[in-house]
Design a protein around this ligand. Structure first.
Ligand code: FES
Length: 165
């Protein structure tokens, strides 16, 4: 029973996606794609949706939960309008990613995996954004900002706050 999901159209859309991949083996790589699709449609992965996926794919719930909780890009709780991924990969780490992460945490008053009370920002860590030449780098909803220092980090937040007014 999917009680907290208001919109049946979303579930139907997810079911259609799963059915369109019926011929594929029920392995973790398909499961990741289904979870990505679910997150794209719903915004995050509430328990009801993970149970729905397990049922529709005829796989154990533990498998769905295991994959969803293993990867940092799956959200188990509602997220903010802007998702800030601070790269902690080697190149960024060596160029001061920890300071950048600290700056975001202090400015937003949240920890990794948390969302600001105004639901504007969610802060997460990434392993590599594929922009090592711009280290230290962050991605905000897919837009890359590079060669950051604390001041630039603050200014970026300010920019997004102003955009949302
Ligand atoms: S290590 Fe940060 S972008 Fe590659």
């Amino acid at each position: 029973m999917i009680s907290t999901i208001q919109n049946d159209a979303k579930l139907n859309s997810l079911r259609a996606y799963i059915n369109s991949h019926k011929e594929m083996t029920r392995n973790d790589s398909l499961l990741i794609r289904v979870l990505q699709k679910a997150q794209e449609i719903i915004g995050y992965l509430p328990p009801e949706i993970m149970n729905f996926i397990a049922q529709e794919m005829s796989i154990p719930r533990a498998q769905v939960w295991g994959v969803a909780t293993f990867y940092h890009y799956f959200f188990l709780k509602p997220v903010g309008k802007y998702i800030i991924s601070v790269c902690m990969g080697t190149a960024c780490y060596l160029k001061g990613a920890e300071k950048i992460l600290k700056a975001f945490k202090e400015k937003l008053n949240i920890n990794i995996g948390e969302t600001t009370d105004d639901k504007l920002f969610t802060l997460i860590e990434a392993r590599c954004l594929g922009a090592c030449g711009l280290a230290p780098a962050v991605s905000i909803n897919g837009t890359i900002y590079g060669q950051l220092d604390e001041k630039k980090a603050y200014n970026i937040i300010k920019k997004y706050i102003n955009q949302s007014k």
